[in-house]
Design a protein around this ligand. Structure first.
Ligand code: FAD
Length: 469
């Protein structure tokens, strides 16, 4: 756990963005003894007026890497958060005939956990209030409605100077910090200004997938209409529907498809006919009116992957979370990975005695390969979720993988287990282990194939010698 107050210096830190990663970063740095100001362009999500604007209930899957980081920052906070999750032990595959088949995620009943994004963000902000009231360490100043519009590095120390504009009064204010941590999301403004100073290799990669949020209401007495302990998937190859459970008996469902398809479903009849044809059981759960209204009124989201290298400017600025490594959501790792990045950064700060230049350089150097691996896995997992989960070859390989996992306990680890349930295994190590294991599986399959052919030839020769005279 984070304990030691940083004896080095009461440095002043600006954290940009009070999303999930920014809030946890502010908390963690405060606990290390820094004076933190957290800037957020939106209003406080806990205000009634803001809540009403934000009626959609997006939920996320939190797994080992995210939980580990929460615990690292604050055990009690992790406990509070985990009290409000719904465990999902596997995928429930809904085929086009309405049959359901469970595919477990773990070898021993492990689960990823569904959590309301808004709740998590608000819990992190509440925790900041608790810390501030406790009087331990420096209070965290949280400034809502403040947008970063410029960043430069000035003076002998090259301290970061940020220009912040108030979203209501449009007044600008300049702040100087010892360093800043930028957690302002995939379309990070900080990253844009940072690129004037850092020779940063940068790639922003949109995929041709659009997502629309839908919902499955709760049944009578807040009951769940489908199994709450699964992540439900309706895989249809080029498009799919998924659903994650909420505490109140409802499910947040998301439709993914190409942009062309999503945009072509532009009348009530087209939407209904499409869902009747491809997601008949899903449509019954969502309800016709609810589907049409959500499909037409909810925004169509785009999906983007962000690659950067390096992530820092000396010991003065560093990108974290989606600002550094935004990824498509198909491995459920975006936030988990962002939290893990923070934990690793904190460990490096500790190891380097809070010398930010050494720690940030080390972070950029060592974290990059892991981030590239998870970005690729996230992208590849779209095919797995929308198509492979129904393929016989995939299912056979999964069965062999799980069988070996149980047989060779600890010595054989399915990839999903390593990514979602073993936060102690870096992403890059997980993929190396997976490659080795898959080679073994391929050799086993080849041996079984050759063995079967050999046996078939032997048997046919035997019968030929007996009966064909
Ligand atoms: P964000 O959440 O984007 O927060 C950035 C914050 O910065 C925002 O509050 C924004 O208002 C603020 N900001 C932006 N610009 C400025 C500025 N100029 N000045 C001040 N403030 C600014 N991840 C998982 O781990 N599991 C999942 O199951 C999962 N499912 C997902 C499903 C979908 C459909 C999507 C789109 C993503 C999913 N993710 C999931 C990814 C996850 O949502 C992100 O990785 C996570 O929210 C990143 O957090 P962040 O704090 O880095 O960025």
């Amino acid at each position: 756990a984070v304990v030691s107050l940083n004896q080095e210096k009461e440095k002043e830190v600006g954290v940009i963005g009070a999303g999930l990663v920014g809030c946890l970063t502010a908390l963690a740095l405060q606990k290390k003894g820094y004076k933190v100001i957290l800037f957020e362009l939106r209003q406080d999500p806990r205000l009634k007026s803001t809540k009403e604007k934000n009626l959609r209930s997006i939920n996320l899957a939190i797994s080992d890497r995210g939980i580990k980081a929460l615990k690292y920052v604050d055990e009690n906070l992790a406990k509070k958060v985990l009290d409000k999750v719904i465990p999902m032990r596997g995928r429930m595959i809904h085929d086009s005939k309405g049959n359901q088949e469970s595919q477990l995620y773990g070898l021993y009943g492990e689960s990823i956990k569904s959590i309301d994004r808004g709740y998590l963000n608000q819990e992190l902000l509440n925790e900041i209030d608790i810390i501030n009231k406790s009087g331990v360490g420096y209070p965290i100043e949280v400034l809502f409605g403040k947008k970063l519009i410029n960043l430069s590095f000035l003076g002998e120390e090259e301290n970061p100077t940020v220009t912040i504009v108030d979203q209501s009064s449009h007044q600008e204010q300049i702040f100087e910090f010892d360093f800043i941590v930028s957690a302002d999301g995939a379309f990070s403004a900080t990253r844009h200004y940072l690129q004037r100073y850092v020779r940063m290799t940068f790639k922003q990669e949109f995929i041709d997938t659009c997502y629309i949020e839908l919902s499955i209401p709760a049944g009578p007495g807040n009951s769940f209409l489908i199994d709450p302990n699964h992540l439900h998937i309706w895989p249809r190859d080029k498009f799919m529907l998924i659903a994650l459970p909420n505490q109140n008996g409802s499910f947040t469902s998301t439709f993914f498809s190409s942009w062309e398809l999503a945009e072509s479903l532009n009348t009530d009849t087209k939407i209904l006919n499409f869902f009747k044809e491809h997601f008949e059981d899903g449509l019954k759960l969502i309800g016709e009116d609810n589907l049409i209204s959500s499909f037409k009124n909810n925004p169509k989201g785009s999906l983007v992957q962000i690659h950067c290298n390096p992530y820092n400017y000396k010991g003065k600025a560093i990108l974290i979370g989606d600002a550094a490594h935004g990824m498509v959501p198909f491995y459920g790792q975006g936030m988990n990975c962002g939290f893990e990045s923070l934990r690793i950064l904190l460990e490096m700060l500790e190891k380097n005695n809070f010398n930010t230049e050494k720690a940030f350089n080390q972070y950029s150097k060592e974290r990059h390969q892991d981030l590239e691996v998870i970005l690729k896995l996230a992208l590849d997992n779209y095919n797995e979720m929308s198509h492979d989960v129904t393929s016989i070859v995939y299912l056979m390989r999964k069965k062999i993988d799980s069988f070996l996992g149980r047989l060779l306990r600890g010595k054989w680890l399915p990839l999903y287990t390593m990514i979602s349930f073993r936060g102690d295994i870096p992403y890059s190590e997980a993929i190396s282990i997976e490659k080795r294991q898959q080679n073994i599986i391929k050799k086993l399959e080849a041996a079984i194939f050759v063995g079967t052919i050999y046996a078939a030839v032997k048997i046919s020769k035997y019968f030929a010698s007996k009966f064909v005279k």
